[in-house]
Design a protein around this ligand. Structure first.
Ligand SMILES: Cc1cc2nc3c(=O)[nH]c(=O)nc-3n(C[C@H](O)[C@H](O)[C@H](O)COP(=O)(O)O)c2cc1C
Length: 209
């Protein structure tokens, strides 16, 4: 049975562009996988905290040697890594916040980049352990950061996500970029007209899979 992990990070609920598009992805995915399971994670409802010395110490302590306290410290991380391992495919809604991913998404990444779980140090360097997975990132931003546009050099999100997911083994990635969303908030374009090409891109991503 195919399993999809959906991760949303926009705090804007119903008004969110990225959530509207991850929703679209899930609906289209379900049509292709009627028996499939969808795991849903809303990062705004999780108690995500910055990793600290205790967390780092626990994660680098061999599993068999961990104290009860260290196991407790890692319990959320274990749960989130388990979701990544269980799913075959991921879709992430990523609103641009101050030229980067939202802080909740960065905190989630810090919880799932785990030595011995999602990557391993080898003689040849770090090796990603999540194999055979595919990730689709749906990025929404007010401005347009497409290649060959004046703001292209400020597109830190796409290379970052490609790098960090590649680091944990997820190299099969697709990006749906809903840039220029300020046209909706300023009333220049209506929401559905803005969303239409991105809904089509999602169709193409799923068709290509
Ligand atoms: C706190 C905050 C910071 C933002 N920073 C940027 C930014 O750096 N560049 C940009 O183009 N848009 C920025 N925006 C606009 C959002 O990227 C845009 O509204 C997008 O639709 C957010 O996705 P969402 O609708 O799924 O929440 C920001 C919005 C918020 C609320």
């Amino acid at each position: 049975m195919a399993t999809l992990l959906r991760i949303d990070s926009s705090p804007l609920g119903e008004n969110s562009i990225s959530r509207r598009l991850t929703n679209e992805f899930v609906e289209q995915w379900k049509q292709l996988h009627p028996e499939g399971e969808v795991i849903t994670r809303d990062l705004n409802t999780l108690d995500l905290r910055p990793i600290d010395a205790e967390w780092i110490g626990a994660s680098y302590t061999p599993e068999s040697a961990r104290t009860a306290r260290q196991k407790e410290v890692l319990s959320l991380s274990d749960k989130l890594v388990d979701e990544l391992e269980r799913a075959d495919e991921y879709v992430l809604g990523v609103p641009m916040h101050n030229f980067f991913v939202p802080s909740t998404l960065k905190l989630w990444i810090d919880q799932v980049a785990r030595a011995g779980k999602t990557f391993a140090y080898t003689a040849a360097g770090p090796n990603g352990l999540l194999k055979g997975k595919k990730a689709t990132f749906i990025i929404a931003s007010a401005g347009d950061y497409s290649p060959n546009t004046p703001r292209a050099s400020m597109n830190f999100i796409e290379p970052y996500l490609r790098s960090v997911f590649g680091f944990i083994g997820v190299t099969d990635t697709a990006f749906v970029t809903a840039g220029g969303a300020s046209a909706v908030s300023s009333g220049k374009t209506d929401r559905e007209t803005f969303l239409k090409p991105h809904v089509e891109s999602i169709r193409s991503v799923l068709k290509a899979a």
